[in-house]
Design a protein around this ligand. Sequence first.
Ligand code: FAD
Length: 369
Amino acid sequence: MTENSADVIIVGGGIAGCSAAYFLTQQGQSVLLFEKDSIAAHASGFAFGVLLPRLFEDPSNPADELTKLSLELHKQIAEELSQEGEIVRREVASVMLALNEVDAEQYRKIYRSGSSLIGDARWLEHGELSHVEARIAPDIPGGLYLGDTAEISPSQFTNALWQAAERRGAKLVPAEVGSVVSDGARGVRVDADGQSYSAGQLIVAAGPWSTRLIEQVGMSVPIEPLKGQIVRMKAPGPPMRVSVWWDSDYAGSKPDGLLWCGTTEERVGFDEQTTDNARYGILASARRVLPFLSDAEVVTQTACLRPVTADGLPVVGSLTEQSNIIVASGGGRNGIVLGPALGRVAADIASGTDSGVDPEFLSPARFGA
Ligand SMILES: Cc1cc2nc3c(=O)[nH]c(=O)nc-3n(C[C@H](O)[C@H](O)[C@H](O)COP(=O)(O)OP(=O)(O)OC[C@H]3O[C@@H](n4cnc5c(N)ncnc54)[C@H](O)[C@@H]3O)c2cc1C
């Protein structure tokens, strides 16, 4: 291999690309990873970072197997990294708050279903809720307590994956890939900063920017940016011991000492600016369920772009049966949960390893790539 070639080129230093690099280097493959900004500079560095358990088996959901695999890989990676002295995972319970009786009945049903998947789960009436977090608004009827939830810092986790890959020989090319050319059976070539690089296989894990790269080889995989914002606050009193979720929002105390609240879903193209409107909306929603946050002081606000496909499902697989271009993206709101499996499946396809997961329903072919 020359300096400008590798077994596999990865575009994108988010959680999907860094997971692919992590597994490929475990498999002995040489890797060049291209990142236009820095590792975890976008959604993978600013997400909330909660790994909620699957509540039940859902054979009708094509992403269910991938989610299961990914939650297992999260545990495996955390264990492997801890052996190298890096602690990336915290066990922090979550509570799905019911804002009304309809939600409450739905959560009670999940609890009564006795699904073994959710492990340490309990329905808590409001009085019991106050034992886990006494500051929840008094008119909240109750919540589903999920004791088997874990949290990661997405930025730390993604960087740790990359550093592990780097220790095994992966190389970072800090440049924006401008063009991609498929050389058929011979492999692929990418151009960045006036230089050409070649590899047997290319993994496109460029988040919402993936579509543009894929279009260059005459294919179409619709992945759009869905902006989300988070407000980080200095809150009065002790940190919250659980993260709480309601509607599509959430709040929880983080190791940086701040209480994070989110979020928004905005279709505004590639605009990553924070906005006052989003902050007002997030704060109003959070104060509705946690009135003590009226006295919290906003310290910072972040915005980033989730990669979302046209059908809302993740996308992982080769562009065509013969293609040596593999896509790993579309994690959407679950991209931190799904990142390790997206990376693992892409790595296994690139290295010709049998991953045991059949990602057929998630392949780019469903878009008539
Ligand atoms: C507010 C918010 C909260 C979230 N919370 C959670 C959560 O709690 N749990 C969860 O599971 N998910 C969460 N998510 C979703 C999750 O963050 C994303 O789905 C995930 O990070 C996407 O990772 P990725 O690697 O696919 O893409 P990205 O993180 O976007 O990485 C893609 C990378 O590719 C690089 N790139 C793009 N084009 C090129 C190019 N041409 N050349 C070189 N580099 C390029 C970019 O610079 C970028 O760094 C959240 C998202 C948001 C917005």
